[in-house]
Design a protein around this ligand. Sequence first.
Ligand code: PLP
Length: 177
Amino acid sequence: APLMGANAGEVLVVDSTSINLFKTLSAALEMRPGRTEIVSERYNFPSDLHIIQGAITHFYPQHKLVEGEESDDSILELMGPSTAVVTLTQVSYRTGLIRDMERITKKAHEAGALVIWDLAHTLGAVPVDLNAANVDFAVGCTYKYLNAGPGGPAYLFVAKFMWDKCHPTEIINNNIG
Ligand SMILES: *Cc1c(COP(=O)(O)O)cnc(C)c1O
């Protein structure tokens, strides 16, 4: 928790990054009924995009994924009254670009949206302060820059100010297949 600028109790070491992204995404979408857009980046880590697309296909068919380009400005342009969630990887695995977490989070909140940051290439590599940036949710793994090695579990962060507002989503599996 201290490494990511979180307080005790805000970080849970559990599951994989992908599963944690699904869990935080579904919890966040439930908190923004009536908003139908999930903003991310075209070049986001492929499995993150697969999770978003899978969540839409199987559980949130009324939602759509809106993909920006690599610049922070192209992401900001996509935020509006339909934006439910903005989810991005802070450090690009492809180019090393470091996104301005504080600026994007602030603009997302101004638009009425929630944020989920993927810290897989951030934590252990560059400084990060989730509480200073007022972040709602974050996810990431321990097996890259935290050196946990193969099989190391992932983590999720839920800001304390969200605890009484969100809950794990009960997904009913009968619309798969
Ligand atoms: C490695 C990585 C993942 C993969 O996470 P799993 O723990 O294998 O689900 C997800 N997102 C990013 C940005 C990654 O770098």
